[in-house]
Design a protein. Sequence first.
Length: 230
Amino acid sequence: MIKNVLIFVGGYGKRLGHLTKKTPKPLLKFNRKPFIEFIFEKIFKIKPKKIVLLCRYQNKQFIKKYHNCIINDSKIICVIEKKPLGTAGSLYNAKKYIQDNTLLCNGDSFLDINFEILNKVKLKNSIIFLCLVKNKNYQSNNKLSNLNIKNGKITYNHTSKNKLMNAGVYVFSKKIIKFLKKKSFSLEDEIINKLIKKNLACGKFYNKYFIDIGTIKNYLTFKKISKKYK
């Protein structure tokens, strides 16, 4: 069972221009509701003990709004990066919250699945489980966008057009800590890439709606459809 959930919320969101000049991406509002709360609603389904926000940019906004709050019996904690650490460094900075079957999400992307099914993930001889989606609109994204699944294990797909991509939702074991280095920067490039090559990454394809709000186009798209998830 998943007890702790970690969420990356520290990015600058530079591609969104003026929208994130004073407001971090996860706190941008859609129908008067911060984007991160769409993610919270998915997470609350698994009733975690702690939700840990990995903060950097405009971190005081997260602290004021969520730090030490208890919502739906889950305690929200903000962990602050004193300097930019990247996704892997951010995870290392919060390693004391990593347990077996820890859930990790990107705070700027939305995957429309029932998170309760993630409580049933069995890592067995893997260290990390990845949720994969179709790579329809992210052809220019070179980070884990050329994936496939073979016998439950994640593999690279360099030939087929039917490539899958990482949706930024993971379940991992405490063993991931030994792969994290103090100077690690990118979780995808440095850690997950290594775990895939070592045959230590498993996953599942979900034919569900997925979007990240990191571009103006996607921001406007989610503006239009967010009422569906209100």
